[in-house]
Ligand binder design. Sequence first.
Ligand SMILES: [Zn+2]
Ligand SMILES: [Zn+2]
Ligand SMILES: [Zn+2]
Ligand SMILES: [Zn+2]
Ligand SMILES: [Zn+2]
Ligand SMILES: [Zn+2]
Ligand SMILES: [Zn+2]
Length: 1752
Amino acid sequence: MADGADRGPAAGGRAPAQAPQRATWCDERFDFEATFLQCLAKHVPNIYSAEMDPLVEKQEEMVQAAILYPLECYLFGEDPDVFLEKLQQSGTSQLCGKVFKGGETTYSCRDCAVDPTCVLCIDCFQNSIHKNHRYKMHSSTGGGFCDCGDTEAWKAGPLCTKHEPGASSSPKENSECQLSEEIMEHSRRVFPSVIKYIVDMLIWEEEKELPVELTIREKVDSYYCVLFNDEHHSYDHVIYSLQRALGCELGEAQLHTTAIDKEGRRAVKAGHYASCQEAKEEIKRHSENVSQRPLHVEVLHADVMAHQKFALRLGSWLNKLMSYSSDFRQIFCQICLKEEAGSENPCFISKLMLWDARLHKGARKILHELIFSSFFMEMEYKKLFAIEFVKYYKALQKEYISDDHDRVLSVTALSVQMFTVPTLARHLIEEQNVITTITETLLEVLPEYLDKNDKFNFQGYSQDKLSRVYAVIYDLRYVLVSKPTVWTDRLRERFLEGFVSFLRILTCMQGMEEIKRQIGQHIEVDPDWEAAIAIQMQLKNILLMFQEWCACDEELLLRSYSECHKAVMRCSTNGRSREKTVFHLCGHTLESRPYRVSADPVSIHLPLSRTLAGLHVRLSKTGAISRLHEFVSPEDFQVELLVEYPLRCLVLVAQVAAEMWRRNGLSLISQVFYYQDVKCREEMYDKDIIMLQIGASLMDPNQFLLLILQRYELADAFKKIKPTKDQDLIKQYNVLIEEMLQILIYVVGERYVPGISNVTKEDVIMREIIHLLCIEPMAHSAITKSLPENENNETGLENVIDKVATFKKPGVSGHGVYELKDECLKEFNMFFYHYTKTQHSKAEHTQKKRRKQENRDEALPPPPPPDFSPAFSNVVRILNCDVMMHILRTLLQRAVELETHLWTEAMIQMVLHLLSLGLLEEKQQLQKCPEEEVTFDFYHKATRMGSSALNAVNVLMLLEKLKRVPQLEAQKDTVNWILQMFDMVKRLREKSSLATVGATSGSEATKGDESTQDKEKAERKRKAEAARLHRQKIMAQMSALQRNFIETHKLLYENTLEAQGKDDAIMEEESISSAIDYSRIALGPKRGPSVAEKEILTCILCQEEQEVKLESAAMVLSACVQKSTALTQNRSRILDLSGDTVDPLFMHPDLPCGTHTGSCGHVMHAACWQKYFEAIQLNFRQRLHVEQIFDLENGEYLCPLCKSLCNTVIPIVPLQAQKINSEDAEAVAQILSLARWLEIVTVRISGYSMKNAKGEKQNLPPFTNKGTGNSALEFHSILSFGVQSSAKYSSSIKEMLILFATTIYRVGLKVAPNEADSRIPVMTWSTCAFTIQCIENLLETEGKPLFGSLQNRQHSGLKALVQFAAAQRTTSPQVLIQKHLLRLLGVLLPNFRGEDTPSLLEVDMFHILVGTVLSFPSLYWEDAVDLQPSSVSSAYNHLYLFHLTTLAHIMQIIISSATESPAAHSSDNGEEAQSAQSFCRELCQHTSGCFSQDIPGWLVWDCVKKGIMPYLRCAALFFHYLLGVSPPEELLQVSEEGQFKALCSYLSLPTNLFLLFHDYRDAVNPLLQRWCTDPVVLSCLKGKSIAIRYPRKRNHLIELPEDYSCLLNQASQFKCPRSSDDEQKHPVLCLFCGAMLCSQNTCCQELVNGEELGACTSHALQCGAGVCMFLKIRECKVVLIEGKTRGCLYPAPYLDEYGETDPGLKRGNPLHLCQERYRKLHLLWQQHCIIEEIARSQETNQIFFGFNWQLL
Ligand SMILES: [Zn+2]
Ligand SMILES: [Zn+2]
Ligand SMILES: [Zn+2]
Ligand SMILES: [Zn+2]
Ligand SMILES: [Zn+2]
Ligand SMILES: [Zn+2]
Ligand SMILES: [Zn+2]
């Protein structure tokens, strides 16, 4: 219904003006409203009569013609289209106001946005200055709108260039054109009636009747049964209920359900009242059966339904109108806000707001859009709307909370649009008291969670309902987000009122959800804790903002402090009834009421206490603390009571750590975790520490410590040693002592809070970051996650990070990290209060290791802390008070006396830390003021003897003894450091009493330091050396031990392989130098010898070595055969070359789809592999239900060593070394010319044909017209140039030859295995040729030399593949091979041409070459004797076959590529160019002029030279791996020119390729004749068809934009090709071809072979032969898929400035393309490693099993 097409000026399909109707309205004498309603009454029921099966276009036409067109004519006084066009031209609003749909990308600027809710649409963003700022990208949840043009939303650049005044095409100075008075007058007449009609109809409650004005005709018994949407019932529930209740088909029920979900309601049945009523009851009954709650169904009269529908249509009509003119908007708003005089009724807009929760989805959408397009586009009216909104705020929120639609669909979601506007927020606070309104709303909606003590208790809460309450809390956050700069009295009063009201909520939270320690039995059910913690999280920033607001103004701060203090006191009542008890220690006493955390109830929720603590530090910071007594009298202050509750909470944490609460289950553990976690700690843990610091600053230090001891239940532990043997209890005590010491360290040492000391917020963040980076270098996102976010979701990280850390860029994988700068290391505090236990030990370890590496001592004393501010300066007194000394001494004593069960190393570390803190404090004080003024004397206290027996020794003496305790070896350096500090402080005291300056003493002290350091350095060095030797010994032992360990085999094996590889290289080099005279020619009479070294391989399974020999048992390489489109030249025309009827003999020059064979290069015995494969088969058969990542049926398995996915093995066949006698060869050369060779071959073949197919006549024309002794030639001539017997393979090799060949056939053609199929040898040659082409392509794109740069796995894979392809022939019938050979030769030789022989331009010549070379030996087959050509014969056969295909390929190139007129001119007139020129003349004759001889020779030569390169490179690879002849050195390097010459020499070609035609003129002329008269060639020459050009283009992944937002932009414009609804789509980009697909959506599923496949999966079948690579644009993730069942996610090649990827765009930082990573993806594709990557990722990442890749 929300008709988007309506927005433009040309709505299209308008009916011509109808004069009569126009007249009634134009007449001023008529009452407009009455006429209007009459018109509606007449038309509307007719137009919307067919509700069940509406013809939407027809309805729209009728609405336009009968109502809207006349209405507009009247309103504008002229043709509406013309008028609106004029209005459109005259300018647009300065506000963009685009309303976001769910999933649309929004942009915010971290530099300029006032708060993170200020966002831009993609258009505005792209045209704004923020594009170059630190922006954030996010996915909209729907319902927001673009803030472009809102000056309050942006600190800078509020307008994009599109919305800037004067930017529109119109030259008018004011962006809005004024409407004429007449039109305004008409609007004032029309709008009220229209609005009233809409309101009346939308809130119409009668089901059967209409208002009288609309009832004009006889009522008919025509009703609809209407079903409404709710969020309770699932899709399937509704479909089920409908099918049952209405007895309809599944399809119809689905249709209804989809519509209901989209629109919110739908008529599911039409008929008489009774039948509709019956259907209603049925639906309710069935739905109640499935889900306990009936669906919402109503029976509506047809006319009511029609008018409601039309009311919404009018709503969108108004919506359109609003966009044209500010005047329309203002008139509209005025009418909406107008209250009836003397009536209590709310105005129109409020009525609609209040009715919102009762409207169906579709109606709400239109209503909200209307509000956006009118009120929110006019600042003044936005304010008036906000006032109305706040007026009804409570009611609206309550409606929302009991509503069951998403928040986006609620009018309450509009709050963010108003409350975040700073001026509006201020106005609403001042005039509407909005803070109080919100807090009262909270108080009114939360009572259901209050217990008998008026505290919240969320046990058994409903997640959904409570999360609706969060929305109210969020509103509070919005109102507070911008702090006022100017305070009026009224604002102050209102704010305070709101604050007090807010304190009432906190009062209900203070002490909520108390828990009691469980003793004896474990609790049965974990209580719900999430709700309370979630509210704490929600409140964290609100609490902070309240404190910030309070601190704006001294008066306000003091008054709010006093209010908060009162509230805390009111809550601090519990335990008051108990009698006070007295506790003595060291001559000090503490009177307190007994309370034990381990026995009495305790709560971790203390927001009031913590707010007070927050206000207290602000008092200290602003200095207002000096006036505190005016507001809170000292006798009322009661600091012990304030400290009490936070202290209990900290003790609880300690007891949990001591495992005293383990019977209370996991819920407590989780609460304690969040209490200290970064999401909550600022308003929980941190504030409790502050409260203790407040206590320490205001209480007597001894009393304070006694209180701490008592609450930690450790009073006895420091009095006397209880002789207990209970290990658990001892352990428990030790942990508690550690925990308490830690808290004492924090109370004294943690001063990085503004107000506690004089630090800034920046200092605080820097310190946090330093301590994070002391653990390890971290990624930007990891640091961000560990820092608290403020109300604007900022951590302040970027402002300071560069001061403390340096950025290290990422490599091709991984991410960038920050490393701490060296000068910051001194800030490291081992007992940093935000460290978790693991972080603490990691950091300590890292820092100690670092110091060791730098050869320094391992002491890590605390850094000197900043001074306390005056209000807190008393805290340090607890360091040197009696009780503290007692504690320290007692613990040290225990350590020295070796009572091992009473102390721990950690405890002593903390004691040492506290000692250091005391000494540092004294040193700092002494350095600042004269000694007599320093009251802090730690030194004397620590060196004084104790009086009791226990204290008979002083601290200093204890420390000396400590050095000798063996368990504390690691602390020796620290102890030394402390002793030096003692010394220094002593000297400072002495010096200052001698009135010398402290500076000299300082330097002396450091000198002393140095001399001891030197000594220790030497000692350390000695130790390090000893340690190194020890390590070596252990390593040697280890490696001996590990030999049997499979993992080690892997390592060892890989190492040896590498080493072997190096050896090979060296050997090759040696052979080069020693055998420099060896010919490096692969073909013909000068052919060099094969370099075939003995191959000894190790089986990765049994670890035994074996030499590869023909007659031995087979060894195999694990391998993976796959179909591939990696080389295709025409992705739109990818042929599916599979199935039973396909003839794979000829490869199309497009290389559409080939069969690639890859290997991971790991060798096994065939027998071992078979055993292994059977074992996994058996294994999986036994575990039926385990989902497997590989398909055993299709022979898949994981390589036992590297876990690559494989589906077969390649047998390793040794190369047969060949060497020819040059004299023989020369002799043969005399007789065996090409022509003669052709004759012999022809005779041989025709001989066979006669033999094999008697009766069939074969007519073979002679090759030469000279008649050179034809008679001499006979069937056996071919044998006379030398034969040898065929190689004899062992049966196991033969078996493997057959197995592998069958796999290639099965995978390549997607058919069932059949060992006897005639296409098996063809597929063998084809995969051999295709794989070589892939490798050649890869080497070229990687810029690597042709030889010597292949990876080991590629090298051994290719070698095995080529040798296999040569050997495979022996396992097939030779007659079959001969048949294939004959057909292949048919392409080259006219006399073998058959019916199905393709034209020269329709085949890939390299495939022909490989096929003919590998099948040629079959011509030597003599009846029962399997002979093969001798080395000399082979040399000639190879040479001539290669030359023939080369000639043909040159023809291909010239015909297809050299026909264009030159783009550049060249004067090159070398030998080649001249030869080319003369050859062209020849061609011209042969083609009777079709080939133009005007093409310059140099151009032809240029084309040929460039075009033939890939072919020559492939041929060189092929012959090298076939024959083992070393290639010329030039091919081991990358050099353009050298390469061509070297290739020609290696392949026995003249560098002037045209000489071939010249030299072989006699033999070649008939061929040329035949090639040139081919109809396909001629048609190509005539320009009638296009042949593939050479060199073929090298495939690359599509080009991606540098800036990721460009992709998002494309995605936002993406339209699904199959559906037009405004549903959220998931556009996905194919990286092979650039197609944009609509993924994971039913609209684009495709039925393939009876299976529903998603758009990606079906595209992949076409585009990548099943393997494909996609980019999910909205999620910024790459997806790799294979077939229908496998896939994995892969990081997208986009990085933010911190070198991190952002899957899911969760962080939203700007992203840029990383070329290296994209290249890595490209290689993954071209190396055919996608399948491997998927298998690997699935193995490690089992979660993706659940994903249905098929529907992607
Ligand atoms: Zn915009
Ligand atoms: Zn804009
Ligand atoms: Zn900006
Ligand atoms: Zn083996
Ligand atoms: Zn492997
Ligand atoms: Zn594609
Ligand atoms: Zn679609």
